[in-house]
Design a protein around this ligand. Structure first.
Ligand code: F0G
Length: 462
């Protein structure tokens, strides 16, 4: 097969500033070794997130100029509503400024204290919005996801037996909805199979529990179904996506991912009464239901992006570039979560640095080293993000796993950028035995990873 190329040419460029190792050493120390505290201009290749970081197409920029900024009933709203309904299929489409605003309105409307919301794996804002209304967020990932080296094609699935047990234990009346996140971001970016979506939907329907999809990366999930699940190889991705959504009663969506936009979100439902209650809350905090906290120009960019994201040339390139990064580092022995998913490669930092114990923050050490070596910004998903202080003893407890996520912005980096990332990771891997741990010098009580400061426990940068 020929090389899978970027299915676009470059019309507008954004220079990135080359940096030197001494500069990076100084900037990193100034940021307390926390890459969240760097200035973006100090970063060469920014793999912190795939959210809101997409490059827009010429058509999307044309939409920006077309944006109708009328407060109520703008032409941009109608184009947005038509495009979203055409892709998702739900009756009521409610615009929000980003995904978490849709989550807040949904859970604020349907959840009460003591309720339980299951998900394959909640994203952190999803969990936080459920907990903010006094309900409990329960993760029910497939047991296959525990083994990072297992190459099962759908490690993002929900554990259906565990869902059945949970319903039996707490009672369907305490479960206001059940959610499945596609792809399973917090669970290693792994896809969910159509068979699993159908099984979860059928179980929920038999108990009268509404079933929702967290649709952030719906197009990548649908394309992975096309590639990996029997019976879908010849079906258009858009049709596969519609089949996924037809199993659900509604969805939440961040347009910052699979709508190729820099901002925006959606809450969708088929329930008339619920939609009315949600719109009432929307008016209170987001805006009138024909703009929901977005400018008309943003609605246009999303309306175009949601159509472009299901193009199969785009998706083929998108998944090939993620796989390319994963395979090239894995071939050289770097431990990653297998198999590569849609939007990111996750390095297993505990296996990369087996001599660094979890409480000495191996993921943080790896993030600092990747920045020092080549100006790459990644994100730790381990003890820094999910570790806790034991409320009884005050002892530090490690997170469940020590991952470093390399999230790939959509349509932003070319193959030579990815080749460079591979070289930098391999250079760090070659000197891994000389890398040590870190400790906190400052941490906030909640969401500490954003603002924490650290110091190295070894001769960093020598
Ligand atoms: N659900 C999932 C699965 C997500 O990955 C995110 C965001 C959200 C909901 C919230 O959407 O940011 O528009 O409010 N994920 C980003 C990330 C931030 O880096 O993975 P939002």
């Amino acid at each position: 097969m020929r090389t899978i190329i970027e299915p676009f040419k470059i019309k507008s460029v954004e220079p990135i500033r080359m940096t030197t190792r001494p500069e990076r050493l100084e900037w990193l120390a100034g940021a307390g070794y926390n890459v969240f505290l760097l200035r973006a201009e100090q970063v060469l290749i920014d793999l912190l997130t795939d959210s809101g970081t997409s490059a827009m197409s010429a058509e999307q920029w044309a939409g920006i100029m077309r944006g109708d900024e009328a407060y109520a009933g703008s032409a941009s709203w109608y184009r947005f509503e038509t495009a979203i309904r055409d892709t998702f299929g739900f009756k009521h489409i409610i615009p929000t400024h980003q995904g978490r605003a849709a989550e807040r309105i949904l859970f604020g409307t349907v959840c009460k204290p003591g309720d339980v919301v299951p998900n394959n794996t909640h994203f952190d804002t999803t969990r936080a919005n459920i907990e903010a209304v006094g309900a409990r967020a329960v993760d029910l990932p497939s047991p296959l996801s525990r083994n990072t080296q297992d190459r099962h094609p759908f490690k993002g699935d929900m554990d259906v037996e565990a869902l059945e047990a949970l319903i039996g234990e707490v009672g369907a009346e305490r479960i206001p909805l059940c959610m499945v996140t596609v792809t399973n971001n917090s669970g290693g970016g792994q896809p969910v199979s159509m068979a699993n979506i159908r099984a979860v939907s059928a179980l929920c329907r038999s108990h009268g529990i509404p079933f929702y999809i967290d649709a952030c990366r719906f197009a990548e999930n649908a394309y992975l179904i096309k590639l990996r699940e029997e019976g879908y190889a010849h079906r258009p991705v858009k049709e596969i996506a519609r089949e996924m959504f037809a199993c659900a009663d509604g969805c939440t969506f961040s347009a910052k991912k699979d709508a190729l936009a820099n901002i925006g979100g959606v809450l969708a439902t088929n329930d008339d009464l619920l939609a009315q209650q949600e719109k009432d809350l929307l008016i209170l905090t987001e805006g009138f239901p024909t703009y929901g906290g977005l400018a008309g120009r943003d609605l246009e960019a999303i309306a175009v992006g949601i159509q472009e994201v299901v193009h199969e040339d785009y998706l083929q390139y998108r998944l090939a570039s993620t796989r390319y990064l994963g395979e090239h580092i894995a071939e050289a022995g770097v431990p990653i979560v297998q198999p590569p998913g849609g939007h990111a490669i996750y390095i297993d930092a505990a296996a990369f640095l087996p001599h660094v114990p979890p409480l000495q923050l191996p993921g943080q050490a790896l993030c600092a080293e990747l920045y020092l070596e080549g100006g790459i910004r990644a994100v730790e998903i381990g003890t820094v993000m999910f570790g806790r202080r034991d409320p009884a003893t005050g002892a530090d407890l490690p997170g469940a796993q020590e991952l470093v996520r390399l999230a790939i912005p959509r349509r932003v980096y070319t193959q030579s950028h990815i080749d460079y990332v591979v070289e930098v990771i391999l250079a760090v891997f070659a000197r891994r035995e000389r890398i040590g741990g870190f400790r906190f010098t400052h941490q906030a009580a909640v969401l500490r990873h954003f603002t924490a400061r650290f110091e190295p426990l070894y001769e960093f940068g020598t």
